[in-house]
Every structure is written in structure tokens, then in C-alpha cells.
Design a protein around this ligand. Structure first.
Ligand SMILES: C[S@@+](CC[C@H](N)C(=O)[O-])C[C@H]1O[C@@H](n2cnc3c(N)ncnc32)[C@H](O)[C@@H]1O
Length: 282
């Protein structure tokens, strides 16, 4: 196998994680006591992605961070839109279906960015609900580790002097700290006053908890190594000019976030150490 083959395999393994999250959201949607409703996730939940999710969950993967960040992000996005924000940029959008399911106002411009091939695959699977898009959506294929995506975003009509809601969910575990910091810098440069950033990452305690050893080894072996985020997420964002509310899943389960319905204990097991953050540009 050449180096290029190995890089392609790693990219495919990382892209597949997005179909695993779709299966997790589809299963949650079907529960009578669902904490998150994503009625289009089942369209992305193919037999192949269901099998990938089964294997990942059997290896010790958890569903809580995916489901709780989904509800956290829905509510924060809806609040920002109600406050008048008309631009949304979802980085590493993968199987995110918010542009289709939240009934966003027609004036909303919803930009999605992911690796080449990813968003095209989603669009094919979501073709049956194409008519549900109420906002203006633009899909961009780009590697967020490159320096090309900010210009591509501008070319697609993003106006950096105006406020934006940034959604960066499920990306950080697949990037090094350096790449993530560079992306934060670019986000800051593209954000007008009043912008909102929604971001999540595993807490460093995730990697230290022996209960997660098997899952971390599994993710490494499949070519999508899962890395922890910062130990002080609010502090990191503060150095980039953002005023952040950062919660761990455990804190959310204890009712720490006033605007989020307290997630049930089944979604916040003690070993799922995970950050969820909403930040505003000060
Ligand atoms: C776990 S999925 C999360 C997808 C979606 N945000 C969600 O919460 O379901 C990770 C996503 O990150 C994307 N991704 C990983 N590395 C990337 C990169 N360097 N540039 C762009 N997208 C990337 C993958 O293709 C995949 O869609």
C-alpha cells in the first residue's frame, strides 16, 4: 500500500464516522422518550452504516455526546436565528440534517463544508425530502486543514462582516490541536459581531478513563483515531475573543445549563467525558 492509499483509507474511515452518527440519531428519533428528534436521520441510516454503528457501539462507543450536542445545537441555533442571525456555517457537516428539518426562515443562508464526496452522498440519500429545505443551502467540498476553505466560503456568498452561527460538531477528535486552533482563528476572522460558535470535543478525562480504552483502541485501529480536546475549553475560546459557556455532559445531566432541558442519565454515562460549548463573539 502506498502513502496515498493509506491517506485515502484514513479519510474514508473519518468520513464514515458521520454515517455512524446518523444511525445513532435515527435510533434516538424512534424512541418514545427521544431527547432529540431527527426525522430525516433514518434516510442516512443505510444497512452499511447500521453495521458500522453496531460495531462501534459494541466496541464501547457511546451515543450521549451525539444526541445531547444535537439538541444543544438545535436550541442554540433556533435562538440565534430568532435573534436575527441569517448565516449558518456547519463545518464537518457530515450527516447534519438541520437545514432540512428545522424549518429555518427563507432568508437564512446555510453553508455546509466537509471532505469531498461526503455532502454529495448525503444529498443523494436526502433526495426524498429535498422539498423540506426552507432556507438557502450551499455545500462546499474542502479539507478544513487546508487554507482554501475561507475564500471558498466567501465566494459562495458568506459575508464575514455579518454575524454567523458556526456549528463545529464531531470534528475536533479527528484533528490535531494545531489544526483545530488554526480553524478557530479562521472562524474568528470570518465572524461579525454577534456571531455564535457551537462546538464540542471529548474532555481530556475521556482518554484517561480505563472504561474508554477499548473504544479508543478500536477507533485507532479503524484509521479514525479519536483525540481528546482541551482541558479548559472556555479559556481556549476566550483567547480567541469568544465568551464561552462550556459544560461537560455530567454537568448538563446535573442541570447546569439553564436553557437546555436536562438530558437523561442514559445519555450521560459517567465515562462519557465530553465538552459541549456555546460561545459568543465579544
Ligand atoms: C463524527 S462526523 C460528525 C458529522 C456531523 N457534524 C455530526 O455531528 O453528525 C465527523 C465529520 O468530520 C468530517 N471531517 C473530518 N476531518 C475533516 C477535514 N479535515 N475537513 C473537512 N471535514 C472533515 C468527516 O468527513 C465527517 O463528516
Amino acid at each position: 500500500m502506498t502513502d496515498t492509499d493509506r491517506r485515502c483509507d484514513r479519510a474514508a474511515a473519518v468520513m464514515e464516522t458521520s454515517f455512524i452518527t446518523a444511525v445513532i440519531r435515527a435510533a434516538e428519533n424512534d424512541r418514545p422518550d427521544a431527547y432529540l428528534r431527527d426525522r430525516h436521520a433514518s434516510l442516512l441510516s443505510t444497512p452499511r452504516s447500521k453495521e458500522m454503528a453496531r460495531v462501534a457501539l459494541a466496541a464501547g462507543g457511546t451515543i450521549g455526546s451525539v444526541i445531547v450536542r444535537g439538541r444543544f445545537g438545535d436550541l442554540a441555533l433556533e435562538q440565534a436565528v430568532a435573534d436575527g442571525v441569517t448565516q449558518v456555517v456547519c463545518l464537518a457537516a457530515g450527516s447534519d440534517t438541520r437545514a432540512w428539518r428545522l424549518g429555518l426562515p427563507a432568508r437564512t443562508r446555510f453553508f455546509e463544508v466537509d471532505l469531498p464526496g461526503q455532502l454529495e452522498a448525503k444529498e443523494l440519500l436526502l433526495a426524498p425530502v429535498e422539498g423540506r429545505l426552507t432556507c438557502h443551502r450551499a455545500a462546499l467540498s474542502a479539507d478544513l486543514r487546508s487554507e482554501t476553505w475561507p475564500q471558498r466560503l466567501r465566494d459562495a456568498g458568506h459575508a464575514s462582516e455579518r454575524p454567523t452561527v458556526w456549528i463545529v460538531e464531531g470534528l475536533m477528535p479527528y484533528l490535531g490541536a494545531e489544526d483545530f486552533t488554526r480553524i478557530l482563528t479562521r472562524i474568528g476572522e470570518l465572524s461579525g459581531r454577534g456571531s455564535v460558535l457551537l462546538v464540542d470535543a471529548p474532555h481530556p478525562a475521556y482518554a484517561e478513563d480505563p472504561a474508554n480504552e477499548r473504544f479508543l483502541a478500536f477507533m485507532e485501529s479503524r484509521g479514525s483515531a479519536f483525540r481528546p480536546g482541551p482541558d479548559d475549553f472556555a479559556g481556549l475560546l476566550g483567547r480567541h475573543g469568544w465568551r464561552a459557556e462550556a459544560y461537560t455532559l455530567g454537568e448538563l445531566a446535573a442541570g447546569a445549563c439553564a436553557w437546555l432541558p436536562t438530558p437523561p442519565a442514559r445519555l450521560c454515562p459517567p465515562h462519557d467525558h465530553h465538552w459541549l460549548v456555546r460561545a459568543r463573539l465579544s
